[in-house]
Design a binder for this molecule. Structure first.
Ligand code: ADP
Ligand code: MG
Length: 679
């Protein structure tokens, strides 16, 4: 008797070699096969005839193969042309450099074609998905599942396997609590699996999809909320006292007053710190909204209460900058700061670690060097992580473990859209700084083509002649430091010899030694350098209020959120700032996307667009973002179901009715790693 966990090889027709091919798709067991959801469906009961096809739409139709030709246009370019037709007309199918597809098409075969219909004299589809229909194929005349295929795994084979599994009546247990299934009018689990692969009607298919999306999001929310409530077990954390002299003195000496948003955030943070439950708070505020000072005030509070603080930043440049900002702020208070980055010598590191262990450093600032084993605090009371989205979830967890349930503050300038915040940070409390400090002028952003470079750089000159400073950001070539560096060097040399002749320019990129980076940044801070050619190493944090101009070359290579971060380096002082995006590629989609930047300075608006355009994985740009792999739900588009699932999860947790079985499911689904990652 087969069950959910049986190896897929136990199914008929799956020998060792097929099993290996299926395994490449992640299909090793019957359960994994069942959870291999179709990528889309074809309603064969509604197939159009060729005459009914709509140009510009993705369409599915059935036809006969009429002719097959391969043309070798020139070296490296061959075109495969397949003419298919029915009683009402013909369509030309075209592939470039895919001659191997040729053997699939025999004249007279019946095929089902899917693709975007175009018209160029004749109807035409480029790169169509084509399935050859044989007599006796399964599921004929129904709504058909279409799966993503792997090497040597055909649609028909997957459909056969699914059919076999359902014929075997494999038991699929309900895992959601009965009340939740009833209350949310969900389809039963076993039924949902059947109809997602083998939908009898469109309506049943929709119910099946909804049920499985709900299940996935519900489990995720239960897991996240559980972690959160576990963290809130009483009396286990550091309990800070109310504000003392130090906190008051710093506030008095600040050269500005805090904005309403900063004050509200600070109030949240102080309340959390004064509570015995460990703080787990995310401070979100657009670039330039003034998060650093909030972190500084929280760090003073912990020192004032006799604890040590840690402040972790994602880059050396930023860590150094924080060190200098805090050193200035804390100088009158006698607070002792340490700076720990990867580029300190062994001896320096040992010295810092020693001072830290013995309590002679009050606040340690640094990069992820902070989470190395040798770093031990005497009594860590507060951990702050800046630009938290740049760290892996486990990196942030490791810093916390250096204390006994210290308070934790995460800061991020990547405004995380609400749906993502609920999913990734479902376990955190959130404070939001919505407004920038007063007196900032909105950055004016322009989108231009490379033919305008002469005029653009002339404008850069006038800014510099007026005493301002500028950044030129090099296009991101690929995920390789080395190649990006070469490109940066090249651009620097080109500009310095051409458009920017006789201007004091510096070049900064990831391959420089820390001391070289320091020297260049210092020269830029002090306005000895007027212009900085840079890679994305300046993306986060860098704060030079006199810089009012940024040119981003090859802007199409960046995500919108990243462009917004980069642009956040200017507009930090009282002078008008300008950002010019140079698009080297002029496809309409590219220009459309970049136009968002010229229309908005609001990080939230931009992030929402970015997320929609690129999806959550790329949005964070790293596998370490802590997002679980979702098989069917889409946290961007399934907001309604997400909110419904979240509220069901909240009720369940609230009534403490998480059953043993559900607990087991959570562990199986997310693994112990997930719990650790989110802790
Ligand atoms: P971010 O939130 O991007 O980290 P920073 O903390 O670097 O922003 O702050 C940006 C700049 O704004 C800094 O120069 C800081 O001194 C200044 N700043 C912060 N808060 C205020 C305020 N309330 N009024 C005026 N300037 C402020
Ligand atoms: Mg910052």
């Amino acid at each position: 008797m087969l069950d959910w966990n049986s190896p897929i090889q136990y199914l008929k027709g799956v020998g060792p070699s097929k099993a290996a091919q299926l395994l490449k798709l992640g299909l090793g067991t019957v359960g994994q096969l069942l959870e291999f959801f179709p990528a889309r469906y074809e309603d064969r009961s509604m197939l159009k005839s060729i005459r009914q096809l709509v140009v510009g739409e993705c369409e599915t139709f059935q036809a006969q193969v009429l002719a097959v030709t391969v043309k070798q246009v020139r070296r490296g370019l061959s075109i495969l042309n397949v003419l298919v037709g029915d009683d009402t007309g013909a369509v030309e199918l075209v592939w470039f450099n895919q001659n191997f597809l040729r053997k699939k098409f025999k004249i007279g075969l019946t095929v089902v074609v899917y693709g975007k219909v175009e018209r160029q004299y004749n109807l035409k589809i480029t790169n169509a998905e084509v399935e050859v229909i044989h007599e006796g194929d399964v599921f004929e005349g129904r709504i058909l599942p279409v799966y993503h295929l792997g090497e040597n795994v055909s649609q028909n084979m997957l459909r056969q396997l699914m059919k076999q599994v359902f014929a075997l009546n494999i038991i699929i247990d309900e895992i959601l609590p009965e009340e939740i299934v009833d209350k949310n009018k969900l389809m039963g689990r076993s039924e949902a699996f059947y109809h997602i692969h083998y939908p009898a009607t469109q309506q049943l298919l929709e119910q099946a999809i909804e049920r499985l999306k709900f299940e996935e999001l519900f489990l995720l929310q239960v897991a996240l909320l559980q972690i959160k409530s576990e963290k809130q077990r009483p009396f286990s954390g550091v309990k800070h006292g109310v504000d003392g002299d130090m906190s008051r003195q710093v506030l008095v000496e600040l050269p500005f007053t805090l904005t309403a948003g900063q004050q509200a955030a600070l109030k949240d943070i102080k309340a959390d710190m004064e509570d015995s439950q460990p703080m787990q708070r995310l401070l979100q505020g657009d670039v330039g909204s003034g998060k650093t000072i909030i972190a500084a005030l929280a760090l003073i509070k912990t020192v004032e209460n006799g604890y040590q603080g840690a402040f972790m930043a994602p880059t050396e440049i930023l860590a150094e900058q924080h060190y200098h900002t805090l050193a200035q702020l804390f100088a009158p208070l006698g607070i002792k700061l340490g700076l720990l980055t990867g580029s300190k010598t062994k001896k320096q590191k040992a010295e810092i670690c020693h001072l830290l262990r013995t309590g002679l450093i009050d606040i340690l600032i640094g990069t992820h060097a902070l989470i190395q084993e040798a770093v031990e605090f005497e009594h860590l009371g507060l951990v702050v992580t800046d630009e938290q989205h740049r760290f892996g979830v486990n990196q942030r967890a490791r810093l916390q473990e250096k204390g006994q349930e210290p308070d934790v503050l995460f800061m991020t300038a990547t405004p995380i859209p609400r749906t993502l915040a609920l999913t990734v940070y479902g376990d955190l409390d959130v404070s939001l700084i919505t407004h920038l400090p007063p007196g900032r002028k909105a950055i004016r952003t322009f989108l231009r083509g490379p033919e305008k470079r002469a005029a653009i750089y002339q404008f850069v000159r006038t800014q510099i002649e007026a005493g301002r400073q500028a950044y030129v950001v090099c296009p991101l070539v690929e995920e390789s430091d080395k190649i990006d560096t070469q490109a940066a060097v090249q651009l620097f040399e080109e500009l310095q010899a051409g458009y920017l002749k006789e201007i004091a320019c510096g070049l900064i990129h990831g391959k420089l030694k820390a001391t070289e980076k320091d020297a260049i940044m210092k020269a830029f801070y002090e306005n000895e350098l007027s212009l900085l050619v840079a890679t994305t190493v300046i993306e986060v944090g860098v704060n030079v209020p006199n810089a009012t101009m940024m040119v981003i070359e090859g802007a199409e290579r960046f995500g919108l959120s990243q462009l917004h971060q980069l642009r956040g380096r200017i507009g930090r002082g009282s002078h008008q700032s300008y950002c010019v995006l140079i698009a080297h590629n002029k496809q309409s989609e590219t220009l459309e996307r970049l136009k968002v930047m010229t229309e908005s300075n609001d990080g939230f608006v931009i992030a929402e667009k970015d997320l929609l355009l690129r999806g959550p994985g790329q949005f964070f740009g790293t596998r370490q973002h802590g997002l679980p792999d979702l098989k069917i739900a889409n946290i961007v588009t399934d907001v309604a179901i997400l909110l419904q699932a979240r509220s069901a999860a909240q009720q369940l947790i609230h009534s403490q009715a998480v059953s043993h079985e559900l607990q087991k499911t959570l562990l199986e689904r997310f693994g112990p790693d997930f719990v650790i990652l989110h802790n």
